[in-house]
Design a protein around this ligand. Sequence first.
Ligand code: HEC
Length: 152
Amino acid sequence: MPPSYTPKEISGYNIYKSNCANCHAEPLFSTYGFANNGLVLDSTLKDIGRQKLTLNPKDSLHFKIPSLRNLNYTFPYMHDGRFKTLREVLKHYTQKIQNSTTLSTELKNGISLTKKQQTDLISFLNTLNDRDFVVSQKHQINRSFFINTEGN
Ligand code: HEC
């Protein structure tokens, strides 16, 4: 950790390492594997996740693990956008994890964090926002690509 991190952010990084890093692994903050992070089946889409493609019941409610970089720009969160804020995401991980036979082992014992720990964790997650990267023209797809391929 470079010394410019605040004590809150360093505390948040340690909380991240103990509770989140197995799935949201550095450096990209995802293993890019699939996991069941304990979400309740959504009532409208009834999206069972990876099982729909593999037809394997073991993949029920497994979704691709997303990166934790640039969370400022990726809300609403989860595959169906059910959470609008990081507070709601942490409420899920600390209070609402749905147990099931396919729940990923990392979450079987739940995650327990005090309000202060949650605030520290959010401070750390905010250090992963990189506005310059997100708005950089270098990383935008050139609009003419779409115009050409759509034949307009
Ligand atoms: C068992 C693996 C696992 C663990 C441990 C885990 N997550 Fe996740 N996380 C996931 C999966 C899978 C998703 C995607 C779920 C979906 O798409 O519905 C996700 C989604 C998220 C998202 C939404 C990102 C977005 O852009 O939509 C955030 C934020 C998040 N996790 C934060 C955390 C934090 C903070 C921790 C630790 C307290 C944590 N996760 C622990 C597997 C995990």
